[in-house]
Structures are given as C-alpha cells and as structure tokens.
Ligand binder design. Sequence first.
Ligand code: NAD
Ligand code: UD1
Length: 346
Amino acid sequence: MDIAVTETILVTGGAGYIGSHACVALLIAGFEVVVLDNFSNSHPLALERVQKITGRTLVFQQGDLRDHTMLDQLFHAHRISAVMHFAVLKAVGESCSNPLAYYDNNVVGTIHLLQVMQAHAVQRLIFSSSATVYRPSAVMPLDENAALGATNPYGQTKQMIEQMLMDCCASAPWQVALLRYFNPVGAHESGLIGEDPAGIPNNLLPYVAQVAAGVREVLPVFGNDYNTPDGTGVRDFIHVQDLVAGHLAALRLLLTKDKQQAFCRPYNLGTGNGYSVLEMVQAFERISGKSVRYRIMPRRDGDVAACWANAQRAQQELSWVAEKNLDAMLADSWRWQSNNPQGYRS
Ligand code: NAD
Ligand code: UD1
C-alpha cells in the first residue's frame, strides 16, 4: 500500500550522525520533516547540508527533549504522524563515569517525549535501539529472541526505553518499531554529511579514518588475543544509508498499521557479516591509499570477541536487507573524512 507522502515526521536528534541521514532519506521520499535537536553532540551545518543534498527544506526547532512545554508547543504547531527518536547521549565510557546524566537525558527525555506524544494522540514511534541491549554471548549470530542484558549505563537506558515502550503498547494502541542497530559506519555518498565525533573517537571507524587523514597518529587496537581468526574483535558493520533505509521500511510498516491495534516489535539491523578490527584497517588502507598505523593495546573493558546479527526478521517483515558492501562503507567514510578533516568545524 502506498503511503501518502504528505505525512510529517518528527526526527529527534536529526542533526546527529544517523538522524541527519534519516532526514535526507525522509525528504527524498517526500515526507515533511520537523527536527528537534539541542546540538549537544552535533552542529547546525548538518541540517544546512541535509537541505543542500535534498533541495528541500525542513523545519528545525532547537531545544531539549526534557523541555516539556516546548515539546507540547511543537506538537501543537505541526500535525505529526510519527516520530523517529534518535536523541540520546551515546558514549559508553562517559555513561559509566556519569550515569545520572545518561538516565536523565535518555530515559527522562524519552518519558517527556512519550507523554507529549500520548497527549497529542501521536503513538507511532521508531526507536533507535542497539545491539548493546543483548547480553554478551559467545553464540552468534544474535536474533531478536537472544537474551537481553546490557552491561553499561548507556545500554541500560536503551533496554529501559525498550521496556517502557513495550509497557506503553500493553496499555494503549501504540505502534512501535525497536530498531537494534549493529555497528553503523559510512556516510552519505555526497561527502557532505557524516559522523563527526567530538574529541577522541570512541568507535573504531572514525578513529581509523582520522589516522588515515593524519588527524591522529596511531590507532589503538584493543586486544589481539580474542578467539577470532586474527585475534582482534569482530563486528557487524552496516552502512548508515542501509540503516536509514531500514527506518523508512519500518515507518512505512507502522503507517499501514491499524491505529487501534498495539504493535511493538524489535528488529535487528545488521548485515549478518562480521569483519575484524585488522580486516577493517587493511581494507581502509586499500580504499584510501593511506597507511593506518596501529598499536596493539590491552582489551577494552566490556568488549566482546565477536558480535553479528541475524537480520532475517527485518528481511521478512520489513522487506529490507542491507545492500552496501564493506568497500562502499569505507569509501564513503573516507570521502566524508577527507573532505571534512575536522568534521563540520573544518
Ligand atoms: P549522535 O550523537 O550523532 O546524534 C544524537 C543527536 O541527538 C545529537 O544531534 C544530539 O545533539 C541530540 N540530542 C541528544 N540529547 C538530546 C536532547 N536531550 N534533546 C535534544 N537533542 C538531543 O548519535 P548517532 O550516532 O546519530 O545515534 C543516533 C541514535 O542511534 C542514538 O539513539 C544512538 O544511541 C543510536 N545508536 C547509535 C549507534 C552508533 O554507532 N552511532 C549504534 C547503536 C545505536
Ligand atoms: C560500541 C559500544 C556499543 C555501541 C556501539 C555503537 C562499547 C563497549 N560498546 O560497540 O554500546 O552500541 O559502539 O555505537 O563501547 N576498537 C579498537 N580501537 C578503537 C576503537 C574500537 O580496537 O579505537 C575495537 C573494539 O575493541 C571492538 C571494535 O573495534 O572490537 C568495534 O568497536 P566500536 O566501534 O567501539 O563498537 P562496539 O564495541 O561494537
């Protein structure tokens, strides 16, 4: 069934890495977009670039999810059909040193969003969850029935929000997709938007890209004694463009659902393939033509040896599969990094 493309979608965290790519996909698909962001981890230029890529305009509200009055006014001002909710804090290490900031921003912020949505009878939500909600396991791949058990405050906030959403659906007809991302990488092929971590990158790919670009000297490789083919960690890297295509697929599903019937379902978004840290380093050197110096360091606390997805549910129920291969992920990361060596501040 075709969706009327006059629907307006609220994108919380729309100036961020994944949110900005989602805005591009929504605008290209013909949706109207309202972005709410407080720029705590992003830059206004991202939204200008989104509009440049798409040739369309979006509505932007600068503000914080916990500002209940502002949120209420936003829902009064726009006829919102559904929400894509990206706006959280996401640094695992920081969540361990400052857990209350994470519970406040992520959990309390989401409670305000859900309260205002409910008050305005907007009960369709796509939530950015994460593979981090799964209990660490030696059995791969992970499907959506794998045991949950986040191991750090950031992951706990994701698990709590999933639980809140399931409880909402048990009490009222919400339609919710819980999208559990594996490891998003890459950038829009224009090189205009991409991941722009503040300070030292926590995640592998931005670090590798910054070493290739000469912004950082050497990549720390956290452990080479794991039970994996080359001893380094293995992850399921997924192109951000594939990831946002999964959001569009989930949105289309939710928009076709009967508004009187509750629906809440988790979907893994991954490729089903794993690559090791050293495979990533070598592939990045090949794609960029630059060398990436690395140094083997002790294991990082909380890391698992390997993690990859069984994404068959998304294939069957959302008609979605990840299409872009590793070379495309790395080529697009490199284009973004080399065009914007200091991110949006370049
Ligand atoms: P990001 O930090 O780039 O984007 C989040 C955006 O939300 C930022 O623009 C930030 O300014 C905004 N924000 C944060 N708190 C806010 C608040 N209280 N009010 C208003 N705006 C606020 O992160 P991202 O990588 O784009 O991640 C998006 C979502 O995907 C997050 O929910 C994250 O947990 C989830 N996720 C990301 C990854 C990943 O590797 N990037 C993996 C799994 C899940
Ligand atoms: C991390 C988070 C996870 C979050 C995900 C996506 C931790 C423990 N987990 O997952 O909660 O959902 O990011 O944001 O932080 N690596 C290096 N050197 C580096 C960086 C990473 O060797 O400088 C290695 C790691 O040890 C790991 C692999 O690269 O084996 C991937 O790491 P990363 O990109 O941080 O993702 P995850 O650990 O999978």
